[in-house]
Design a protein around this ligand. Sequence first.
Ligand code: GAF
Length: 404
Amino acid sequence: ESPERPGSSVNGHTPDAAARALFAELTGADPAGVWSAPGRANLIGEHTDYNDGFVLPFAIAQRTHVALGTRGDQRIRVVSTVDPVPVEVGIADLEILFPDGRDAVPEWATYPLGVAWALLRAAGLDPAALPGVDLTIASDVPIGAGLSSSAAIESAVALALNDTWTLGLDRVELAGVGRIAENEAVGAPTGIMDQMASMLGRADAAIFLDCRSLQTEVVDLGFAGAGLSLVVIDTGVTHAHSTGGYGERRAACERGARIMGVPALRDLATSDLDRAESMMDDVTFRRVRHIVTENQRVLDTVRTLRESGPRSIGDLLLASHASMRDDFEISVPELDTAVEAAMSAGAIGARMTGGGFGGAAIALVDNDRVEAVQEAAIAAFEASGFRSPTVFTVQASAGAAREH
Ligand code: GAF
């Protein structure tokens, strides 16, 4: 029997029922609608998004649900199952809150309120023209696991408000709004990958995204047909991209591009690496080498999936992990242990996924080896004195949608 995903309920309810129960508690009424958006796992292409490069993420079945009702005034009120205390502001006052006044509200509330703020800016709307809203939020996307609980909340709120305020933004524009909220309202200097995956995800497929043009192609994963499962090993080591390492990596990439005289590292090929090495310090060079080779690995993975199927991508996943461990230096011992344990138990390939410094690893595994991989990961963590990991399978799933 394969391991089940954790947290598929919120306080014993589905996220949908939990969001609606919270709405009834908050307002005494039914919501006008419920919207949802998924977290994501990234198959390959890490830290390439803010370098204008390529990524290959897929949306997962775990989702954030948002119940919404309009109000008679011009205020916005949000409450989440993670914090029982509602946060309420005037729509016109969002301008005061962001970006510099964000400390006035709890961190979780900067996601939904930041999306409202970024949407108003993107649509160029006068806040006085809009009805106020109550929003209640419930999610079964694990927080801090590198599965982008942040993009799930941003995308669900963006879609709900876009529909309710009849703003008419398309899904790519809404992904952009989510990113602006995360960059400027929350204060995390992230790229566009997670929001695009959450908005555009498809069942059984990954989204091949060119982060410069924002053009996408749907790439069939074919895991089920090949008898394969995608296993997540959540290390339980939490990370936040608004602090520390993530921003430093981004700065190193920008420095490398500047030294090479290109707009972004996307504009370098592997044949430029010798020249790059002679022009910069060792650390900057290794950051550059990760991005340049990772972009190539994304292209190779897309081609391999299409030509030979998912059993042939194992070496690309492993090379990606090694590059993040040795060149980009964003892995942690728990992630390396997860990858090694999965491989020792017969995985086809494995790598850390997401921004790094914690979070989860993914492993591509024959269905009948899933349990062995789970046991190997738990045993290896115990032997190293690490907190026991949470191991579960994920399915590539549809993107953001209105539920009711
Ligand atoms: C995080 C960020 F949010 C993404 O934009 C991306 O940079 C990723 O880390 C690393 O690939 O999830």
